[in-house]
Design a protein around this ligand. Structure first.
Ligand code: NI
Length: 136
């Protein structure tokens, strides 16, 4: 068993906001992150896969194929987009780093299986000081 990690980056806007709450309550809970005029982050996404080494190639997964799948299903949907309003797999969800990491996992897990490896971890960095890890 060996693990391999691919790094990708995207820029996106969001707002932490719960529509069940008043603007005042949202402001109280989420502070500046609830700014109605949005704010953005330079996200860094680490996709770690695991599997057995394939003797013929000497790798666990074809990185070109992995990169293509991640670009098509995740990066193109998120990069330079508003997470709250433009991203299909985030519809009606809280645009937190935690939820985003979980939903990226859900989008990728079967796609990576089809490439012959297992998704191990989604690590998502929102700022230099904050990141989350999701292991399914
Ligand atoms: Ni934010």
């Amino acid at each position: 068993m060996i693990h391999l990690t691919r790094r990708e980056r995207f820029n996106a806007a969001h707002r932490l906001y719960n529509p069940k709450w008043t603007d005042e309550k949202n402001k109280e809970v989420f502070g500046n992150c609830s700014n109605p005029n949005w704010h953005g982050h330079n996200y860094v996404l680490y996709i770690t896969v695991k599997g057995e080494l394939r003797d013929d190639e000497g790798w666990v997964i074809d990185l070109k194929q992995l990169s293509k799948v991640v670009d098509e299903h995740v990066i193109q949907k998120l990069d330079h987009k508003n997470i709250n309003v433009e991203v299909d797999f985030m519809k009606d969800k809280r645009a937190s780093t935690e939820v985003l990491a979980i939903e990226i996992w859900n989008v990728l897990v079967d796609e990576i299986k089809q490439l012959g490896a297992d998704l191990h971890c989604i690590k998502l960095t929102e700022t230099e000081n904050n990141f989350v890890e999701y292991y399914g």
